[in-house]
Design a protein around this ligand. Structure first.
Ligand code: NAP
Length: 312
Protein backbone atom coordinates (compact mmCIF):
# COMPACT_ATOMS: atom_id res chain seq x y z
CA UNK A 1 0.00 0.00 0.00
CA UNK A 2 2.63 2.47 1.10
CA UNK A 3 4.42 2.25 -2.26
CA UNK A 4 1.46 3.95 -3.93
CA UNK A 5 -0.90 5.39 -1.32
CA UNK A 6 -1.42 6.82 2.16
CA UNK A 7 2.19 6.87 3.39
CA UNK A 8 4.91 9.33 2.52
CA UNK A 9 6.50 8.25 -0.75
CA UNK A 10 10.22 8.68 -0.56
CA UNK A 11 10.69 9.72 -4.17
CA UNK A 12 11.40 6.16 -5.24
CA UNK A 13 11.35 5.46 -8.96
CA UNK A 14 8.94 2.84 -10.29
CA UNK A 15 11.99 0.67 -10.90
CA UNK A 16 13.08 0.94 -7.25
CA UNK A 17 9.56 0.09 -6.04
CA UNK A 18 9.53 -2.96 -8.30
CA UNK A 19 12.92 -4.01 -6.91
CA UNK A 20 11.49 -4.05 -3.37
CA UNK A 21 8.59 -6.26 -4.43
CA UNK A 22 10.86 -8.63 -6.37
CA UNK A 23 13.32 -8.84 -3.47
CA UNK A 24 10.43 -9.76 -1.15
CA UNK A 25 9.24 -12.63 -3.33
CA UNK A 26 12.79 -13.78 -4.14
CA UNK A 27 13.54 -14.05 -0.43
CA UNK A 28 10.42 -16.12 0.20
CA UNK A 29 7.93 -13.45 1.30
CA UNK A 30 5.36 -14.46 -1.27
CA UNK A 31 2.06 -13.45 0.38
CA UNK A 32 1.49 -10.26 -1.60
CA UNK A 33 -1.28 -7.84 -0.67
CA UNK A 34 -2.66 -5.05 -2.85
CA UNK A 35 -6.04 -3.36 -3.49
CA UNK A 36 -7.89 -1.48 -6.18
CA UNK A 37 -7.94 1.46 -3.77
CA UNK A 38 -4.18 1.93 -3.48
CA UNK A 39 -3.26 4.79 -5.79
CA UNK A 40 -6.52 4.29 -7.72
CA UNK A 41 -5.19 1.08 -9.32
CA UNK A 42 -1.54 2.21 -9.46
CA UNK A 43 -0.46 -0.31 -6.84
CA UNK A 44 -2.04 -3.22 -8.72
CA UNK A 45 -0.24 -2.04 -11.86
CA UNK A 46 3.02 -1.88 -9.92
CA UNK A 47 2.55 -5.43 -8.60
CA UNK A 48 1.70 -6.64 -12.11
CA UNK A 49 4.80 -5.02 -13.63
CA UNK A 50 7.10 -6.26 -10.87
CA UNK A 51 5.84 -9.76 -10.24
CA UNK A 52 3.94 -11.12 -13.25
CA UNK A 53 6.88 -13.36 -14.13
CA UNK A 54 6.94 -14.68 -10.55
CA UNK A 55 3.26 -15.56 -10.18
CA UNK A 56 4.10 -19.26 -10.07
CA UNK A 57 5.63 -18.58 -6.63
CA UNK A 58 3.41 -15.71 -5.45
CA UNK A 59 0.18 -15.93 -3.47
CA UNK A 60 -1.58 -12.93 -4.93
CA UNK A 61 -4.25 -11.03 -2.98
CA UNK A 62 -6.25 -7.92 -3.83
CA UNK A 63 -9.31 -6.14 -2.49
CA UNK A 64 -12.43 -4.48 -3.84
CA UNK A 65 -15.18 -2.38 -2.32
CA UNK A 66 -13.22 0.75 -1.45
CA UNK A 67 -12.21 3.06 -4.25
CA UNK A 68 -10.26 6.28 -4.51
CA UNK A 69 -12.67 9.18 -4.83
CA UNK A 70 -9.68 11.49 -4.86
CA UNK A 71 -5.97 10.70 -5.04
CA UNK A 72 -4.31 13.67 -3.38
CA UNK A 73 -5.08 14.08 -0.55
CA UNK A 74 -6.43 10.51 -0.46
CA UNK A 75 -10.21 10.24 -0.13
CA UNK A 76 -12.11 6.98 -0.29
CA UNK A 77 -15.65 5.79 -0.99
CA UNK A 78 -17.23 2.42 -0.39
CA UNK A 79 -18.83 0.43 -3.17
CA UNK A 80 -20.27 -3.03 -2.53
CA UNK A 81 -22.64 -3.00 -5.49
CA UNK A 82 -22.61 -6.44 -7.22
CA UNK A 83 -22.36 -4.91 -10.72
CA UNK A 84 -19.37 -2.87 -9.63
CA UNK A 85 -17.67 -5.95 -8.18
CA UNK A 86 -18.19 -7.93 -11.40
CA UNK A 87 -16.56 -5.16 -13.40
CA UNK A 88 -13.82 -4.34 -10.86
CA UNK A 89 -12.31 -7.83 -10.94
CA UNK A 90 -11.71 -7.61 -14.68
CA UNK A 91 -9.92 -4.27 -14.22
CA UNK A 92 -7.90 -5.74 -11.37
CA UNK A 93 -6.84 -8.79 -13.40
CA UNK A 94 -5.82 -6.56 -16.31
CA UNK A 95 -3.73 -4.29 -14.07
CA UNK A 96 -2.15 -7.28 -12.32
CA UNK A 97 -1.48 -9.03 -15.66
CA UNK A 98 -3.08 -12.14 -14.18
CA UNK A 99 -5.80 -14.53 -15.33
CA UNK A 100 -6.83 -15.33 -11.80
CA UNK A 101 -5.82 -14.31 -8.28
CA UNK A 102 -5.55 -16.39 -5.14
CA UNK A 103 -7.55 -14.26 -2.73
CA UNK A 104 -9.93 -11.33 -3.24
CA UNK A 105 -11.23 -9.45 -0.20
CA UNK A 106 -14.12 -7.10 0.36
CA UNK A 107 -12.08 -4.14 1.64
CA UNK A 108 -14.94 -2.58 3.64
CA UNK A 109 -18.62 -3.45 3.99
CA UNK A 110 -20.83 -0.91 2.21
CA UNK A 111 -23.76 -0.19 4.53
CA UNK A 112 -25.91 0.82 1.53
CA UNK A 113 -25.76 -2.68 0.07
CA UNK A 114 -26.82 -5.91 1.80
CA UNK A 115 -23.71 -7.84 2.80
CA UNK A 116 -25.34 -10.93 1.27
CA UNK A 117 -25.53 -9.21 -2.15
CA UNK A 118 -21.88 -8.11 -2.07
CA UNK A 119 -20.67 -11.49 -0.84
CA UNK A 120 -22.88 -13.33 -3.33
CA UNK A 121 -21.19 -11.40 -6.15
CA UNK A 122 -17.79 -12.32 -4.70
CA UNK A 123 -18.80 -16.01 -4.62
CA UNK A 124 -19.76 -15.79 -8.31
CA UNK A 125 -16.19 -14.73 -9.09
CA UNK A 126 -14.91 -17.95 -7.54
CA UNK A 127 -17.35 -19.97 -9.63
CA UNK A 128 -16.21 -18.04 -12.74
CA UNK A 129 -12.57 -18.97 -11.99
CA UNK A 130 -11.48 -15.34 -11.70
CA UNK A 131 -10.46 -15.68 -8.04
CA UNK A 132 -9.57 -18.81 -6.08
CA UNK A 133 -10.89 -17.71 -2.68
CA UNK A 134 -12.56 -14.74 -1.00
CA UNK A 135 -12.12 -12.85 2.26
CA UNK A 136 -13.28 -9.87 4.28
CA UNK A 137 -11.50 -6.94 5.92
CA UNK A 138 -12.36 -5.08 9.15
CA UNK A 139 -15.51 -7.04 9.89
CA UNK A 140 -17.26 -8.34 12.97
CA UNK A 141 -17.97 -11.95 13.92
CA UNK A 142 -21.62 -11.28 13.21
CA UNK A 143 -20.81 -10.23 9.64
CA UNK A 144 -18.52 -13.25 9.23
CA UNK A 145 -21.37 -15.55 10.25
CA UNK A 146 -23.67 -14.00 7.66
CA UNK A 147 -21.08 -14.33 4.90
CA UNK A 148 -20.15 -17.90 5.84
CA UNK A 149 -23.69 -19.16 5.18
CA UNK A 150 -23.27 -18.13 1.51
CA UNK A 151 -19.64 -19.01 0.78
CA UNK A 152 -16.67 -19.96 3.00
CA UNK A 153 -14.60 -17.04 4.25
CA UNK A 154 -10.98 -17.94 3.44
CA UNK A 155 -9.29 -15.02 5.20
CA UNK A 156 -10.01 -12.07 7.46
CA UNK A 157 -7.78 -8.99 7.33
CA UNK A 158 -7.89 -6.70 10.39
CA UNK A 159 -5.54 -4.24 12.01
CA UNK A 160 -3.61 -6.14 14.69
CA UNK A 161 -0.36 -5.17 16.31
CA UNK A 162 1.24 -4.42 19.66
CA UNK A 163 -0.67 -1.14 19.79
CA UNK A 164 -3.94 -2.46 18.32
CA UNK A 165 -4.44 -5.64 20.27
CA UNK A 166 -6.93 -7.43 22.46
CA UNK A 167 -6.15 -10.64 24.30
CA UNK A 168 -9.24 -12.28 22.84
CA UNK A 169 -8.93 -10.76 19.39
CA UNK A 170 -11.92 -8.51 20.01
CA UNK A 171 -11.88 -4.76 19.48
CA UNK A 172 -13.82 -2.68 17.03
CA UNK A 173 -14.26 -2.58 13.29
CA UNK A 174 -13.45 0.68 11.52
CA UNK A 175 -17.20 1.46 11.73
CA UNK A 176 -16.89 1.41 15.51
CA UNK A 177 -18.95 -1.79 15.90
CA UNK A 178 -17.72 -4.39 18.40
CA UNK A 179 -15.78 -6.92 16.32
CA UNK A 180 -16.08 -9.89 18.67
CA UNK A 181 -13.45 -12.62 18.78
CA UNK A 182 -12.44 -12.48 15.12
CA UNK A 183 -9.22 -14.42 15.69
CA UNK A 184 -11.11 -17.18 17.49
CA UNK A 185 -13.69 -17.24 14.70
CA UNK A 186 -10.91 -17.70 12.13
CA UNK A 187 -9.39 -20.56 14.12
CA UNK A 188 -12.73 -22.35 14.40
CA UNK A 189 -13.58 -21.90 10.71
CA UNK A 190 -10.05 -22.56 9.34
CA UNK A 191 -9.91 -19.05 7.89
CA UNK A 192 -6.51 -17.36 7.79
CA UNK A 193 -6.17 -14.29 9.99
CA UNK A 194 -4.20 -11.52 8.26
CA UNK A 195 -2.92 -8.75 10.60
CA UNK A 196 -2.48 -5.50 8.68
CA UNK A 197 -0.20 -2.64 9.75
CA UNK A 198 1.76 -5.01 12.04
CA UNK A 199 4.53 -2.40 12.46
CA UNK A 200 1.91 0.15 13.58
CA UNK A 201 2.38 2.09 10.32
CA UNK A 202 6.06 2.38 11.18
CA UNK A 203 5.68 3.53 14.79
CA UNK A 204 6.56 0.19 16.44
CA UNK A 205 9.94 0.11 14.65
CA UNK A 206 11.01 2.94 16.97
CA UNK A 207 12.38 4.75 13.91
CA UNK A 208 9.77 7.52 13.67
CA UNK A 209 10.93 9.55 16.68
CA UNK A 210 10.42 13.24 15.99
CA UNK A 211 9.41 12.59 12.37
CA UNK A 212 6.85 15.02 10.86
CA UNK A 213 4.58 13.77 8.10
CA UNK A 214 3.71 15.79 5.01
CA UNK A 215 0.12 16.53 3.95
CA UNK A 216 -1.33 13.50 2.21
CA UNK A 217 0.48 11.07 4.50
CA UNK A 218 -2.26 9.29 6.48
CA UNK A 219 -0.26 9.74 9.70
CA UNK A 220 -0.25 13.56 9.46
CA UNK A 221 -3.91 13.61 10.58
CA UNK A 222 -4.07 10.35 12.52
CA UNK A 223 -4.91 10.60 16.25
CA UNK A 224 -2.15 8.16 17.21
CA UNK A 225 0.49 10.34 15.58
CA UNK A 226 -0.31 13.65 17.22
CA UNK A 227 2.52 15.11 19.33
CA UNK A 228 0.45 14.49 22.46
CA UNK A 229 -0.25 10.82 21.69
CA UNK A 230 3.33 10.25 20.68
CA UNK A 231 4.74 11.73 23.85
CA UNK A 232 2.66 9.22 25.87
CA UNK A 233 3.26 6.24 23.58
CA UNK A 234 6.99 6.91 23.25
CA UNK A 235 7.40 6.22 26.98
CA UNK A 236 4.78 3.47 27.34
CA UNK A 237 4.75 1.45 24.13
CA UNK A 238 8.27 1.58 22.75
CA UNK A 239 10.59 0.69 25.71
CA UNK A 240 9.23 -2.88 26.24
CA UNK A 241 9.57 -3.63 22.52
CA UNK A 242 13.10 -2.22 22.53
CA UNK A 243 14.01 -4.37 25.55
CA UNK A 244 12.85 -7.58 23.82
CA UNK A 245 14.56 -6.58 20.56
CA UNK A 246 17.86 -5.88 22.35
CA UNK A 247 17.68 -9.19 24.20
CA UNK A 248 17.38 -11.11 20.92
CA UNK A 249 19.63 -8.79 18.90
CA UNK A 250 16.93 -8.07 16.32
CA UNK A 251 15.26 -4.85 15.12
CA UNK A 252 12.13 -3.68 16.97
CA UNK A 253 10.04 -4.15 13.81
CA UNK A 254 10.90 -7.87 13.85
CA UNK A 255 9.57 -8.17 17.42
CA UNK A 256 6.37 -6.33 16.45
CA UNK A 257 5.79 -8.59 13.44
CA UNK A 258 6.66 -11.81 15.30
CA UNK A 259 4.08 -10.93 17.96
CA UNK A 260 1.32 -10.78 15.32
CA UNK A 261 2.14 -14.36 14.30
CA UNK A 262 1.44 -15.73 17.79
CA UNK A 263 -2.23 -16.64 17.09
CA UNK A 264 -0.77 -19.36 14.84
CA UNK A 265 0.58 -21.15 17.92
CA UNK A 266 -2.98 -21.45 19.14
CA UNK A 267 -4.02 -23.72 16.28
CA UNK A 268 -4.90 -20.97 13.79
CA UNK A 269 -2.95 -19.39 10.94
CA UNK A 270 -1.89 -15.76 11.22
CA UNK A 271 -0.05 -14.26 8.23
CA UNK A 272 0.98 -10.62 8.83
CA UNK A 273 1.53 -8.27 5.89
CA UNK A 274 4.15 -5.65 6.83
CA UNK A 275 4.70 -2.93 4.24
CA UNK A 276 7.96 -1.27 3.29
CA UNK A 277 9.56 0.74 0.51
CA UNK A 278 13.07 -0.07 1.73
CA UNK A 279 15.30 -3.07 0.98
CA UNK A 280 17.00 -2.57 4.33
CA UNK A 281 13.70 -2.67 6.24
CA UNK A 282 12.59 -5.67 4.18
CA UNK A 283 15.62 -7.62 5.44
CA UNK A 284 14.98 -6.46 9.01
CA UNK A 285 11.34 -7.51 8.86
CA UNK A 286 12.23 -10.95 7.51
CA UNK A 287 13.97 -11.64 10.82
CA UNK A 288 10.52 -11.96 12.41
CA UNK A 289 10.08 -15.36 10.75
CA UNK A 290 12.82 -16.98 12.86
CA UNK A 291 12.27 -15.05 16.06
CA UNK A 292 10.97 -17.22 18.91
CA UNK A 293 9.43 -15.04 21.60
CA UNK A 294 9.67 -16.78 24.97
CA UNK A 295 7.36 -16.58 27.98
CA UNK A 296 9.37 -13.77 29.54
CA UNK A 297 9.15 -11.73 26.30
CA UNK A 298 5.41 -12.27 26.12
CA UNK A 299 5.00 -11.02 29.68
CA UNK A 300 7.01 -7.88 28.91
CA UNK A 301 4.97 -7.21 25.76
CA UNK A 302 1.63 -8.02 27.44
CA UNK A 303 2.33 -5.27 29.99
CA UNK A 304 2.28 -2.56 27.28
CA UNK A 305 -0.69 -0.34 28.16
CA UNK A 306 -3.41 0.58 25.67
CA UNK A 307 -2.06 3.09 23.16
CA UNK A 308 -2.95 6.74 23.45
CA UNK A 309 -5.00 7.95 20.46
CA UNK A 310 -7.68 6.20 18.40
CA UNK A 311 -6.41 4.17 15.45
CA UNK A 312 -8.63 6.11 13.01
N1 NAP B 1 -7.32 -3.93 4.98
C1 NAP B 1 -7.05 -2.69 5.27
O1 NAP B 1 -7.93 -1.88 5.50
C2 NAP B 1 -5.61 -2.24 5.34
C3 NAP B 1 -5.29 -1.01 5.93
C4 NAP B 1 -3.93 -0.64 5.99
C5 NAP B 1 -2.96 -1.49 5.47
N2 NAP B 1 -3.33 -2.67 4.88
C6 NAP B 1 -2.32 -3.59 4.31
O2 NAP B 1 -1.29 -3.82 5.27
C7 NAP B 1 -0.02 -3.54 4.71
C8 NAP B 1 0.91 -2.98 5.77
O3 NAP B 1 0.29 -1.90 6.44
P1 NAP B 1 0.93 -0.45 6.63
O4 NAP B 1 1.88 -0.15 5.55
O5 NAP B 1 -0.21 0.44 6.94
O6 NAP B 1 1.69 -0.58 8.03
P2 NAP B 1 2.99 -1.30 8.58
O7 NAP B 1 3.37 -2.45 7.76
O8 NAP B 1 2.72 -1.48 10.02
O9 NAP B 1 4.07 -0.13 8.47
C9 NAP B 1 4.57 0.36 7.27
C10 NAP B 1 5.42 1.57 7.61
O10 NAP B 1 6.44 1.15 8.50
C11 NAP B 1 7.71 1.45 8.01
N3 NAP B 1 8.56 0.29 8.27
C12 NAP B 1 8.36 -0.98 7.91
N4 NAP B 1 9.36 -1.77 8.34
C13 NAP B 1 10.21 -0.96 9.01
C14 NAP B 1 11.44 -1.18 9.68
N5 NAP B 1 11.99 -2.40 9.75
N6 NAP B 1 12.05 -0.12 10.26
C15 NAP B 1 11.51 1.12 10.18
N7 NAP B 1 10.35 1.40 9.55
C16 NAP B 1 9.71 0.36 8.97
C17 NAP B 1 7.53 1.68 6.53
O11 NAP B 1 8.44 2.65 6.08
P3 NAP B 1 9.58 2.27 5.00
O12 NAP B 1 8.90 2.29 3.70
O13 NAP B 1 10.59 3.35 5.19
O14 NAP B 1 10.10 0.92 5.39
C18 NAP B 1 6.11 2.21 6.44
O15 NAP B 1 6.08 3.60 6.64
C19 NAP B 1 -0.30 -2.56 3.57
O16 NAP B 1 0.70 -2.65 2.59
C20 NAP B 1 -1.64 -3.02 3.07
O17 NAP B 1 -1.46 -4.07 2.14
C21 NAP B 1 -4.63 -3.06 4.83
Amino acid sequence: MGLSWMLERTGLTERAKQDVLRAAVDSGMNFVDTATLYGGGANEELVGAALHDRYDRTFLCSKVGLRAEQLDPPKTERCGDPDYIRQAIDDTLRRLRAETIDLYYVHRIDSDVALEDTWGAMAELVQAGKVRSIGLSEVSVQQLERAQTIHPVAAVQSEYSLWTRDPDGSGHTSDGDPAGDVIGWCREHTAVFVPFSPVGRGYLSGALAGRKFPEGDFRAENPRFTDQARSTNDDAVLPPIRAVADKHGVPMAAVAIAWTMLPSLDGGVSLPIPGTSSLEHLAENAQAADLQLDTEDLEVLAAIPAASGQRY
